[in-house]
Design a protein around this ligand. Structure first.
Ligand code: SAM
Length: 192
């Protein structure tokens, strides 16, 4: 077995990747992570999906590719330039709602909402307002984070923050975790 993805990529993937490379966006999720996101998305027919940190829409495209026609995805980011790429390539998909907003503001205004699948790929929902975001997860829902293994762009002190986050997630009796020392370091947690 190899890690090669011998299955079709989302149709919009190459176009988004090209724009991403031209834009200078350097925080995109890697292919392995995107592939896992799609696989897990398939398990939530009619699900309510949330992505915190759209970037240019690379991970968004993979999540959408795994979702069925009745599922919906809200994806938020505070950077208009990068979000415009996602808008251009993905906005025709009526299952998707892209929101240009600050993560903290959006979570505070939407914490009553419940989701079956949350990919937390920005500060909020990971290092900020974690409790609020975990409360938004339905029973049986996925909470997914990447970049949990040391990354070259981590600032001083980030390693300690990551370790604290992992220890906190492990301490919660309502979450069952699998930590994958693979790709950029992935944690998949499911709410009991
Ligand atoms: C790791 S990147 C997301 C990558 C994306 N999921 C992908 O696969 O390409 C993190 C994103 O968080 C966004 N971000 C940073 N601070 C934010 C904030 N306060 N509110 C909302 N988004 C924020 C950045 O603009 C960036 O696009």
């Amino acid at each position: 077995m190899t890690e090669l993805i011998n299955q079709p990529f989302p149709v919009s993937y190459n176009a988004i990747l090209e724009k991403t490379q031209q834009s200078g966006f350097t925080m995109a999720s890697d292919l392995q992570t995107c592939c896992l996101l799609r696989t897990l998305a398939v398990s939530k027919p009619s699900g309510r999906f949330l992505e915190l940190g759209t970037g240019t829409g690379l991970s968004t495209a993979w999540i959408l590719d795994g979702m069925d026609s009745d599922a919906t995805l809200v994806s938020i980011d505070n950077d208009a330039t990068f979000l415009a790429i996602a808008e251009e390539k993905l906005n025709a998909d009526s299952r998707l709602q892209l929101v240009l907003t600050d993560g903290g503001e959006w979570i505070e205004n939407n914490k009553h909402q419940q989701f079956d699948y949350i990919f937390a790929d920005t500060w909020h929902g990971k290092y900020l307002l974690l409790e609020e975001v975990l409360n938004m997860l339905n029973k049986g829902g996925f909470y997914i984070i990447d970049d949990m293994l040391p990354q070259p762009n981590w600032p001083d002190g980030h390693q300690e923050k990551a370790e604290k986050l992992i220890a906190y997630l492990e301490s919660r009796s309502d979450l069952v975790l699998t930590k994958q020392v693979w790709a950029t370091g992935i944690i998949v947690a499911v709410k009991k």
